[in-house]
Design a protein around this ligand. Sequence first.
Ligand SMILES: CC(C)(COP(=O)(O)OP(=O)(O)OC[C@H]1O[C@@H](n2cnc3c(N)ncnc32)[C@H](O)[C@@H]1OP(=O)(O)O)[C@@H](O)C(=O)NCCC(=O)NCCS
Length: 204
Amino acid sequence: MQIIETERLILRPFREGDAADLFAYLRAPTASCFFSLKLADLTEAEIEVKKRALDEGSVAICLKQTGQVIGDLFGGGAGEDEEDGTTSVGWHLNPQFGGQGYAFEATRALLDHLFRAKGFRRIYAYVEDHNKPSQRLCEKLGMRREGVFIEFVSFTNDDAGNPIYENTMQYAILRREWMSGATATGQPLGISSAAGTDTSGRRV
Ligand SMILES: CC(C)(COP(=O)(O)OP(=O)(O)OC[C@H]1O[C@@H](n2cnc3c(N)ncnc32)[C@H](O)[C@@H]1OP(=O)(O)O)[C@@H](O)C(=O)NCCC(=O)NCCS
């Protein structure tokens, strides 16, 4: 993917050196849909970073000031444009950096990129019905709640080993809605094709 710059963040592909930052939040994922991504140690984190580095749809969210990876996004990966220009997006922030608007800043830039640069027609997100922060994020992005799938998916089992099914909401927004809406920037967000250097000299 292209490197995307926002006011406080750089969105870029994962690369060698990101393992410790990724491990900091994937050692104990809090959202049920990411339980399966739990990493046991730094070695597993290094393998995960290598995998993500090859995935066009996998995006690292970095602080401009320090270069630290504070979360990740996905969307627009290979093969995802097969269904009539539709792609799904998702997000995962290190809880240490929650409540500061970083998730909104990053996802807004990603949606803008997927609609403008990648030409997607429709973007959707699956969100569990108990995941209020993600629902709030979708709403702030101008996404519409299109429905709730009852007992749609299971990420965990109960003590007897039976799957616990969760109710999943689908939020979505169309390109034309994004372009005419208040959430879009009106102008393409700063996108640079080459990596730069942050204020601490760390490559971003
Ligand atoms: C969902 C998730 C990304 C939301 O992160 P977040 O930090 O709470 O969300 P935001 O970045 O939008 O910020 C939220 C709050 O930061 C504050 N904020 C917003 N902009 C700000 C700014 N520029 N400066 C300081 N604070 C700001 C606001 O109080 C905002 O809340 P409000 O908009 O409701 O008033 C995060 O909880 C997460 O990673 N959860 C686990 C993973 C997950 O559930 N993924 C989805 C699976 S379906």
